[in-house]
Design a protein around this ligand. Structure first.
Ligand SMILES: Nc1nc2c(c(=O)[nH]1)N[C@H]1C(S)=C(S)[C@@H](COP(=O)(O)OP(=O)(O)OC[C@H]3O[C@@H](n4cnc5c(N)ncnc54)[C@H](O)[C@@H]3O)O[C@H]1N2
Ligand code: MOO
Length: 391
């Protein structure tokens, strides 16, 4: 059995180069930008007005001054001439400052009188946005990073209609087991619903992958061999169940018979021990999760999500952890790193649920974090500092 950290390293080592595609801005939210993007021009591209008012020469703008109106500068249609001494131009927000002008007086601080304006005694000349004040041509937006709406707005302002992002990894999800039927189907007396496929589909979608759920595979060598071949075209095949040592646990032998080279089988974690990973001869990766629903979801949080993020070109790193204060004493840990289902209170104290069996989805669904107890940990008393993994 290898440690969680070693298993994660081996998973990262299995990954091939990140694959790229170009998508229009409208399809870029949530995608991972792979390369730094330069601004194509200065923003604003000219000195411009921040307010609706009157463009002036600062030297002319003494309180009470009377200036002659010689034209208008609107956003998208600037004033063609040059402002001479004693003159002003009507200007609107975002419009280019006319040549010769270096300030704006807002319209509330001016009284119009025919083709003249008089500045009020408290008029303040200013309100100019200088060229390049937001960004300058050539300035780069760094990558890799996952794009948020605010960043897409910036890249649109840079002038790019489309961006080079990581292709969504295609993930085939394969539930194995004679006992499984899909939600909505009629289960037999010995059957249950294939819950894990949907939890994983959701987690994968959130992480940025393109998952698809394949039909449930019975505990049968031939059927599993065929199902694995159906997952052709996927970057990653995730199987659920049949990973352990029972008479019907066929994933490891069938994957190997199909030519898969296994990186590891069994990890020193609880839940999640029978985890298995490898690669098929055609390059598809295989991650086989234990069938117990909590085990499958915990393994997905600890291994599958970091793997997908790395496949998207983000730095390969474990799921982020935080520290918290233990809110209830814990007995000594076993030989496997334990990921206890727990809740973090507003006081920063984390309390594990009393029932930790790996079949209990109802407990997992109430949890907001996994409390990590290292392998071989001594008993921990209330108030000890512990690591948690928010979920
Ligand atoms: N003698 C031993 N028995 C077991 C060991 C062991 O080391 N020695 N390990 C145990 C551990 S730990 C786990 S975890 C389980 C995992 O075994 P499998 O991956 O082979 O899972 P299955 O036996 O197929 O299923 C276990 C459990 O989960 C339910 N299941 C399976 N798939 C789904 C699904 N898609 N959605 C919902 N529930 C699912 C299945 O019905 C079983 O109840 O093995 C222990 N045994
Ligand atoms: O590894 Mo199992 O997941 O403890 O139930």
């Amino acid at each position: 059995m290898i440690s969680v950290a070693e298993a994660l390293e081996q998973l990262f080592a299995l990954l091939g180069p990140v694959r790229e595609e170009t998508v229009p801005l409208e399809a870029a939210v949530g995608r991972v930008l792979l390369r730094p993007v330069p601004a194509l021009r200065d923003q604003p591209p000219f000195d411009s007005s921040a307010m609706d008012g009157w463009a002036v020469r600062r030297a002319d703008a003494a309180p009470g001054a009377r200036l002659r109106i010689v034209g208008e500068s609107a956003a998208g249609k600037g004033f063609a001439g040059r402002l001479a001494e004693g003159q002003t131009v009507r200007i609107l927000t975002g419009a280019p400052l006319p040549e010769g002008a270096d300030a704006v007086v807002i319209q509330e601080e001016v009284i119009r009188d025919g083709d003249h304006v008089r500045l009020s005694p408290d008029a303040v000349a200013g309100h100019v946005r200088l060229r390049g004040g937001d960004f300058t041509a050539g300035m780069t937006f760094s990558a890799p990073r996952r794009l948020r709406p605010v960043e897409i707005a910036l890249l649109a302002a840079f002038g790019h209609p489309a961006l080079s992002v990581a292709r969504r990894p295609e993930v085939a999800i394969l539930s194995t087991g004679d006992e499984l039927v899909m939600p909505g189907e009629m289960p037999g007396p010995d059957q249950i619903f294939a819950a894990n496929a949907f939890g994983l589909h959701a987690l994968l979608t959130e992480a940025g992958a393109a998952p698809r759920i394949l039909p449930v595979v019975p505990d049968d060598r031939e059927a599993l061999t065929y199902a694995l071949s159906l997952a052709e075209g996927a970057d990653l095949v995730v199987t659920i169940g049949g990973a352990s040592v029972g008479d019907h646990d066929l994933v490891a032998p069938v994957a190997q018979a199909a030519g898969a080279e296994l990186s590891f089988h069994k990890v020193a974690m609880r839940p999640g021990k029978p985890l298995l990973a490898g690669r098929f001869p055609d390059g598809r990766l295989l991650l086989s999760l234990p069938g117990n629903p909590v085990s499958a979801m915990v393994c997905a949080i600890v291994f599958l999500r970091p793997m997908i993020l790395a496949m998207l070109g983000l730095p390969p790193q474990p799921a982020p952890r935080q520290t918290a204060v233990l809110g209830a004493a814990l007995p000594a840990g076993g030989p496997r790193e334990h990921y206890l289902r727990a809740r973090l209170g507003p006081d920063g104290r984390v309390i594990p649920f009393p029932r930790q069996d790996s079949s209990l989805l109802s407990v997992l669904a109430e949890a907001d974090c996994l409390l990590l107890q290292p392998a071989g940990s001594p008993p921990l008393s209330e108030g000890a500092r512990v690591e948690i993994l928010p979920i």
